[in-house]
Design a binder for this molecule. Structure first.
Ligand SMILES: [Zn+2]
Length: 496
């Protein structure tokens, strides 16, 4: 069963969970929200909670029937990065000593400890500059964070508690991993479990990167592939969201294959806006989300192969790979080059693979339908040879204005080998599971009419298996393998 959980930040543990009134209120809120698990944070912003309180809080939540894990957010460290006040300088010996102390204490109390996605550094201070030798700062940050993770996190945690599983959470901002020291190959190998940040927030929000909703799905599914069984869940928050976008985060997290949804965090959701409004919406949708998880959990995501190389940051067309979903292209995220891909999109995110030209040429030779991004062709010197080219220019969102004829041609070329044809405007997504389940999401604020011809998929007649949000009405008409649907605004429908 899919789990829902929340986090008590160290500040919240300190303020809310020291007294009976606060802890009872928190327990009641978690129960009303249908949560199965809580994360109790030992450290954040320099505040380090004492072991006795962590144990008391743990025991109280356990007694109420919750699963209880620990969490650490490495901010407010003894020396901060010279480039960002919330980041740490990990060359500094006192930072390393404190990290080891934090993980010894936290692992002594909890059998599972998650690390919020501040486990990175952009520090270029004199000490870091000296320590890097002739490595680039990007390579140095990656080596430093990897080596520090082994020495100051995993070893101390496992020494104190050999049962302790430490979870590294990778952020949503996947184009800055290597530069800032998220070493997804070595760290995934060494950490016990991994987690995915799926907090796309409001797509129009300049402050948070203007990420498309489908990035939550892309990153969740990519992390599941990366983890090879180690990826347990997704994590999102309410910042700048409205209830529709908050629910869309929840849906992408499940569609991408999360076993658990971590709702950051108790304080933001229980006493701040928009968190309180989002919570109301999520409580209503929770049964539907559980059903969505039930329908998809034992199924395989299939679709157009979109590879992104781990530990390589694209320098241009950044985050382009997570926009294809907004074009109604059923995407299958990959961490490696799939030799059996039915069709593929090769963009800047695939440039780091060794032998990428050989792979592209092999697809061409075998007639596997492939689309390329403009930067991919320029950087590899390959020719499109009549294949569709995706050129977002400086702003990926301009793809939403793609002309209908070009959009249909792009989609039809890529989906023909999947046995389907899809007709919908941009901002309507299609996800495929095995040969017999399709999920369509309307991210528009108006109803939309779509056509889905499943000429080469499992021929069984599709029915509407689920509509989110509940109470909305989706019209479905069928003629042979062709389905016509009218989907209300901000609505998800599962055909099965
Ligand atoms: Zn430094």
């Amino acid at each position: 069963m899919h789990l829902f959980s929340t986090l008590f930040t160290a500040q919240s543990v300190d303020r809310d969970l020291r007294n009976e009134e606060g802890i009872s209120k928190a327990i009641a809120w978690c129960k009303a929200s249908g949560l199965n698990k809580v994360y109790v944070e030992s450290f954040r912003g320099g505040l380090f909670i004492e072991q006795e309180l962590l144990e008391a809080v743990r025991d109280r939540f356990l007694a109420e029937g919750f699963l209880v894990h620990g969490c650490v957010t490495p901010t407010g460290l003894p020396k901060v990065s010279n480039n960002w006040k919330d980041g740490g300088c990990y060359s500094y010996p006192a930072t390393q000593e404190l990290m080891a102390q934090i993980f010894r204490r936290t692992a002594a109390v909890f059998d599972t400890v998650m690390i919020d996605d501040f486990l990175f550094t952009d520090c270029t201070c004199e000490d870091c500059d000296k320590a890097r030798g002739e490595r680039s700062f990007a390579d140095f940050h990656s080596d430093l964070m990897h080596e520090m993770s082994v020495r100051c996190i995993l070893r101390p945690a496992h020494e104190v508690n050999p049962r302790c599983k430490v979870i590294i959470k990778y952020p949503l901002w996947y184009e800055n991993f290597h530069k800032n020291g998220y070493e997804t190959i070595r760290q995934t190998r060494d950490f016990d479990l991994i987690w995915a940040g799926t907090e796309t927030r409001e797509p129009d929000s300049e402050r948070w990167g203007r990420y498309p909703q489908t990035q939550g799905f892309y990153m969740m599914a990519w992390d599941v592939k990366l983890g090879g069984g180690k990826c347990m869940g997704g994590w999102y928050d309410p910042y700048t969201t409205t209830p529709p976008t908050y629910l869309e985060q929840a849906r992408q997290t499940i569609l991408g294959g999360a076993k658990e949804s971590m709702l950051f965090c108790y304080r933001a959701l229980s006493e701040e806006q928009p968190g309180m409004e989002d919570t109301e919406a999520l409580r209503k949708e929770r049964p539907g989300l559980l059903k969505l998880a039930y329908l998809t959990e034992n199924k395989r995501i299939v679709g157009v192969s979109v590879p992104k190389k781990p530990d390589v940051d694209a320098e241009e067309e950044r985050y382009l790979s997570s926009f294809y979903g907004m074009l109604g292209i059923p995407v299958c995220p990959e961490v490696s080059l799939d030799e059996n891909a039915p069709s593929a999109i090769l963009g800047a995110q695939a440039l780091g693979f060794a032998g990428i030209r050989d792979y592209a040429l092999d697809l061409q030779e075998r007639g596997v339908p492939t689309a390329y991004s403009a930067a991919f062709l320029r950087k590899t010197g390959l020719a499109a040879a009549g294949a569709p080219v995706i050129d977002p220019g400086a702003d990926n969102w301009t793809l939403m204005d793609m002309e209908k004829g070009a959009l249909d041609a792009l989609r039809d070329a890529l989906t023909a080998p999947l046995g389907l044809r899809f007709r919908a405007p941009t901002r309507v997504a299609l996800n495929l599971y095995d040969q017999d389940m399709e999920v369509i999401q309307n991210f528009l604020d108006e109803p939309v009419e779509v056509e889905l011809d499943l000429f080469g998929r499992d021929p069984k007649a599709r029915k509407i298996a689920l509509v989110l949000s509940e109470g909305r009405k989706v019209d479905l008409a069928r003629e042979g393998s062709l389905y016509r649907l009218t989907i209300p605004p901000r609505t998800l429908v599962v055909l099965n």
